[in-house]
Design a binder for this molecule. Structure first.
Ligand code: NAD
Ligand code: WQD
Length: 344
């Protein structure tokens, strides 16, 4: 299939491009590089031998979307393009709603115009808010989000469900990711956050690399085994393969299809620090701080539905996730900055 990936140069997008190529599909990337580096394309070529087709531009640019749909016979779109920093979304809600909600609406309208009726949407476990019990399955209530980023994801889920009801021949696949970490085993592509990382794993790798002094652990008084927050960390390559599998199984089946993509296992912040130190031999100094506003004690998936219906399950365990994240950080202290990108 010819797959358009909005945000395809980003962390999850780039890994999905590689897995699509491995599975014999043709990925086409649309990215404005607001949170990505063009050199990711040359890195993808190093891994796969293929330099994917790129349109540099914004998902809110209707003319560009029209051109992409005219120039390519797109079978399905994976819509990654979004802003994703939770704290920033609280400070800049309009920017987040414009990018994440208006951007998605424009994309859906142009898909409709072009007769492309299959979309995979990057949603998030954040749409579940603070569930009363664990693990979280897809029937749990959604919408009690605590920040504009999460609300933008929930809004888009609702909008796409309404649209699919009105246009029953569409296939809408909503994938709710848990906590993606790790990097491609080659060490060629990985996560490169701008500035000081918000997420745990990139922060830990930068502490271990000596770029940051120490990790602040947000809260050690949660009702969890060791008092620190518990999350369902999933290797980004498993996540990417989940997209390929969802497309293979559901892209041609009309309906709204919703799946959790997680491992089903929860690990605490201290589990992450200890596993990191054991697997890499690096020390990760840390201090305990107050809980971070909006955080919940624990969050992990019931991943059975994806296993049952998509025949997909995460294969990589935490030590491999951590080794791959460290391999990427060690090999690329300056991320993608090293080579100069050359277009095809
Ligand atoms: P990322 O920032 O690495 O990737 C997003 C990509 O979209 C970037 O390359 C960015 O340049 C591009 N982009 C953003 N706005 C755009 C626009 N208007 N037009 C064109 N390109 C644009 O983030 P990621 O971690 O790869 O996340 C991908 C998707 O998955 C996002 O929708 C995110 O909300 C969602 N998600 C991420 C996580 C996570 O923890 N990483 C968890 C759940 C859901
Ligand atoms: C994990 C754990 C922190 C940093 C966020 C978004 C969510 C989704 C994934 C997109 C928590 C603790 C963290 C640090 C710490 N993104 N922590 N010190 O909060 O589960 O999810 O990313 O959809 O929407 O909210 O991930 O990596 O920030 O935190 O102690 O410096 O690590 O308190 O328990 P989170 P995270």
């Amino acid at each position: 299939m010819n797959i358009l990936l909005t945000g395809g140069a980003g962390f999850i997008g780039a890994h999905t491009v590689v897995e699509l190529l491995n599975a014999g599909h043709t990925p086409i990337i649309l990215d404005n590089f607001c949170n990505a580096h063009p050199n990711v394309l040359t890195r993808i070529k190093m891994i796969t031998g293929v330099l994917p087709k790129l349109y540099q531009g914004d998902v809110r640019d209707r003319e560009l979307l029209k051109r992409i749909f005219n120039e390519n016979k797109i079978d399905s779109v994976i819509h990654f393009a979004a802003l994703k920093a939770v704290g920033e979304s609280v400070a800049q809600p309009l920017r987040y709603y414009d990018n994440n909600v208006s951007g998605s609406l424009i994309l859906l309208e142009e898909m409709q115009q072009a007769g492309v009726k299959s979309i995979v949407f990057s949603s998030s476990a954040t749409v579940y808010g603070e569930p009363k019990t664990m693990p979280i399955n897809e029937n749990f209530p959604t919408g009690a989000t605590t920040n504009p980023y999460g609300t933008s994801k929930h809004m888009m889920e609702r909008i796409m469900m309404d649209m699919q009801r009105a246009q029953p021949d569409w296939s809408v696949i909503i994938l709710r990711y848990f906590n993606p970490i790790g990097a491609h085993a080659s060490g060629k592509i990985g996560e490169q956050p701008n500035g000081i990382p918000n997420n745990l794993l990139p922060y830990v790798t930068q502490v271990a690399a000596g770029k940051l002094k120490e990790l602040s652990i947000f809260g050690n008084d949660y009702p969890t085994a060791d008092g620190t927050g518990v999350r369902d960390y999933i290797h980004v390559v498993d996540l990417a393969q989940g997209h390929v599998q969802a497309l293979n199984v559901k892209a041609r089946e009309a309906g709204t299809h919703i799946y959790n993509l997680g491992t089903g296992k929860g690990y605490s912040v201290l589990d992450i620090v200890q596993t990191f130190e054991r697997e890499t031999g690096q020390r990760v100094p840390y201090v305990f701080k107050e809980r971070r506003a909006g955080d919940i004690a624990e969050c992990y998936a019931d991943p059975q539905k994806a296993w049952r219906e998509l025949n997909w399950q995460a294969k990589r365990q935490l030590p491999e996730m951590i080794r791959d994240a460290w391999h990427w950080q060690k090999n690329n202290p300056n991320g993608y900055e090293n080579e100069t990108f050359q277009a095809a």
